[in-house]
Design a protein around this ligand. Structure first.
Ligand code: C2E
Ligand code: CA
Ligand code: CA
Length: 742
């Protein structure tokens, strides 16, 4: 605002206000003189008194206003004598109004007041140096105006404004404006202020950059002033304007909307906008729109999607991407009446390689295999990583089964040459399972499962070959496949039961405990033995869940025996290697014990020798924590492998269970007799109990008892029985037959 406008505002606003307060009262006549100017008409005493009171209040208010004014307002006689002057004189000049009143303006200024003519301008600016009470001088610019009445100059009024303060205030304002701009331009997101009618009032650098617009003054083509419609895609502008008008968003939580902006040259830019009310001095000036560029975010999410489609180690497509390609290939093959093969490949003995050479080498081998297969496969085949050391090959557009077999043969043959790993030549072989569309199945999931079943069959036969899948119900691979899905249902529907086989002291015939054994009463197939389904449970990982169930059941059941008075009985639970390595095994065991109330000594966990093929350090750690809980550990099927033998001493092991194959041959083979004898001697020397498993006949019993086995488990006494048969079994006992024998 320029000086003139500013002073006019002062004169206008103040004069109006003051005149409204006291009709005939001149704002500049603040001192006692005011009363005089009120005169004119005759007023009664009472009225005079009232008026005086009223005036006193008015005066109070005016004095108050006067003291708050930053500028000096004065009135002088036409010849320059100061009639009245406001209190800003103290701050600006160092004189009180009293000190200045009656004195000539020119006593305080370097220049005389401007002169006025009746036909001259209504006001003048007057810049002059003022002498301050402290002897210093300061230049002020004033607006002075003549007061004419009846053609005569009656007075001169002026406003003296503190220029320095104004300059300082203005530069502070400019500085804060500049800072605001810098903040605005430093913002990463685009920001614009839009008036309610849709006019862009303000934008920042980020928005201009996003739209490809130059700086406002460089091109002279500023966004500010343009309509919002000029930068928003027509498909979105109505929606956006309606939003702004409806103010459906609240100030507290600005909402986000995705719209498209129009950049320079019509480029489409996907953005997310958020709207917020913009208030200035309590009035809604417009809507503040923050604009976030989604291009980057889109690119990033695309990259993430791509990453999740590919295996990180080998860079091959992963299972998901493979499935999508397979789906596509099946649709095409159906239309063209062609065949599609899915070949699942598993490296032979990869675990051994991984364990002996270490994980990093194992990873390098997996990568090398991926490279090798990739280079040998025809370009239209798709290679993917399935899991661990398993790969999937999609062979689309085949003429039939023979072509599928050919493809599988080629895949297996690509392992003929050795791999170069860490400077060594490594001969690696692989096994494959093949499923063909439409021969074996018509959907991706079943094809992969059939290939998987065929792979397992091929593995069981020694590996290093491939096997075609089958949809024949009697085919072992097929049966396995069906069992697998049935098994999932069985687990869900709790079709699995736990039976208990007694462990008997062969000298007294007393039952000392039971081994918990899983049973599956299959609705169609009848009793499916654990030898058939436990490996399936292990393969599918279901064993962890099921194993937990057996553990809990066994503890609860054993606690029942205790509660019924058989409180020396123990229960043995089989732990699969996979279960054994679950990190919270000890917590699961503690929980099963705590929840059932069974004392730890009454629980024995059985580990098979194959668990010994695992990482021994890990095994030692688990065995230690089991010992800490107070449960005992048995080595199951002892004697098959040799892996535990050298380590028996260093582990907390309470029981050795001699594998039933030895017992069954014990009568015929002197060798087996010697082994059992040695195992018993070894176990006893190490303070362990030795259990003879699979004792079926009286002769076998006599031999193992003679050798010194502590406990006997076998059909001779009893197979595993359902829990409800246990009470009778305990009551009757086995003392009689043994007693007869002795
Ligand atoms: P295992 O641990 O060696 O269990 C002993 C197996 O020998 C049982 O077979 C039992 O019924 C059988 N058996 C007992 N006495 C005789 C006998 O006198 N003669 C013969 N020929 N066999 C006898 P089952 O119940 O079929 O279990 C087979 C295997 O399944 C078990 O062998 C065990 O390795 C596994 N298994 C069973 N239940 C579970 C379980 O809850 N968890 C885990 N992880 N594995 C289990
Ligand atoms: Ca066992
Ligand atoms: Ca066993």
């Amino acid at each position: 605002m320029d000086m003139l406008g500013w002073s006019a505002a002062i004169f206008g606003a103040l004069a109006c206000a003051l005149l409204a307060l006291a009709a005939d009262f001149h704002w500049w006549a603040l001192e006692g003189a005011a009363l005089v100017s009120l005169g004119g008409a005759f007023v009664g005493l009472e009225e005079t008194l009232r008026s005086r009171q009223r005036l006193a209040t008015v005066e109070d208010r005016l004095v108050h206003i006067d003291h708050g004014l930053p500028d000096i307002l004065f009135e002088a006689t036409p010849d320059g004598a100061i009639r009245s002057i406001t209190h800003a004189s103290i701050r600006l000049l160092g004189y009180t109004p009293e000190e200045m009143r009656g004195r000539h303006v020119s006593e305080f200024t370097a220049d005389p007041l401007p002169s006025f003519r009746a036909d001259g301008p209504a006001s003048r600016t007057w810049t002059t140096e003022w002498k301050r009470a402290d002897g210093s001088t300061r230049t002020f610019t004033s607006i002075v105006e003549p007061i004419w009445r009846e053609g005569r100059l009656r007075a001169i009024r002026g406003v003296v404004r503190d220029q320095a303060e104004r300059v300082a205030a203005e530069s502070a304002l400019r500085e804060s404006e500049a800072r605001f701009r810098r903040v605005l331009d430093a913002a990463q997101n685009g920001i614009m202020l839009v008036g309610h009618e849709g006019k862009i009032l303000l934008t920042n650098d980020a928005l201009r950059n996003l739209l490809g617009e130059g700086a406002p003054d460089a091109s002279g083509n500023d966004l500010a002033g343009r309509d919002l419609a000029s930068i928003v895609h027509p498909a979105y502008i109505d929606q956006l304007m309606a939003l702004m008008a409806s103010r459906a968003w609240s100030d507290a939580a600005p909402s986000h909307y995705e719209v498209q902006l129009l950049g320079r040259g019509g480029a489409l830019i996907e953005v997310e906008v958020s709207l917020a009310t913009f208030k200035e001095r309590e009035r809604n000036t417009g809507v503040l729109i923050e604009v976030r560029d989604l291009t980057e975010a889109r690119r990033a999410s695309e990259a993430i999607r791509r990453m999740s489609d590919y295996d990180r180690l080998t860079g091959l497509p992963n299972r998901d991407l493979f499935d999508r390609h397979l789906q596509r290939a099946l649709i095409d093959a159906k239309a063209a009446q062609r065949h599609v093969a899915v070949v699942l490949i598993d490296l032979d003995r990869f675990k051994l390689i991984n364990d002996t050479l270490g994980h990093p080498s194992g990873d390098r081998l997996l990568f090398a295999v991926a490279q090798r297969l990739q280079s040998k496969l025809p370009p239209q085949h798709l290679l993917a990583r399935f899991s661990g050391d398993e790969y999937l090959v999609l062979c689309p557009d085949l003429s039939g089964i023979a072509a599928a077999e050919g493809a599988a043969r080629r895949v297996i043959a690509s392992f003929d040459e050795p791999f170069e790993l860490d400077g060594h030549q490594l001969q690696v072989s692989a096994t494959g399972g093949v499923a063909v569309f439409p021969t074996h199945a018509e959907d991706p999931a079943t094809l992969v499962r059939i290939a998987d079943a065929a792979l397992h069959e091929a593995k069981a036969g020694g590996g290093n070959t491939y096997r075609m899948g089958s949809n024949d119900a009697n085919d072992p691979a097929r049966r396995r496949l069906e069992l697998e899905s049935d098994l999932r249902r069985a687990v869900d529907q709790r079709e699995l039961r736990v039976h208990y086989q007694p462990q008997v002291d062969p000298t007294s015939g007393e039952v000392r405990g039971f081994e918990a054994l899983l049973r599956w009463d299959h609705c169609v197939r009848g009793n499916v033995g654990p030898d058939e389904f436990v490996p399936l449970l292990e393969d599918t990982g279901l064993i962890v869940e099921v194993g937990d169930f057996v553990l809990r059941e066994a503890c609860i059941e054993a606690k029942r025996w205790h509660d019924a008075g058989h409180d020396r009985l123990r229960v043995a639970v089989n732990l699969a290697p996979r279960q054994f390595l679950v990190s919270d095994l000890d917590e699961r065991i503690r929980a099963a014990l705590a929840d059932s109330g069974l004392p730890p000594w009454a629980l024995e966990v059985e580990l098979t020798e194959s668990a010994g093929l695992l990482d021994f350090d890990a095994v030692a750690g688990v065995l230690d924590s089991l010992a800490e809980i107070g449960v005992t550990t048995a080595i199951d099927d002892f004697g098959i492998g040799q892996s535990w033998l050298s380590r028996l001493q260093q582990f907390h092991i309470g029981t050795l269970k001699v594998d039933r194959t030895f017992i069954q041959r014990i009568m015929a083979s002197g060798n087996d007799f010697a082994i059992v004898e040695a195992v018993v001697a070894l176990g006893h020397a190490l303070g362990m109990d030795v259990v003879a498993e699979g004792v079926e006949t009286r002769e076998q019993l006599d031999v193992v008892r003679a050798i010194g086995c502590d406990l006997v488990q076998g059909f001779y006494y009893s197979p595993a029985v359902a829990p409800d048969a246990i009470e009778a079994l305990l009551r009757d006992g086995f003392t009689r037959p043994i007693a007869v024998a002795v």
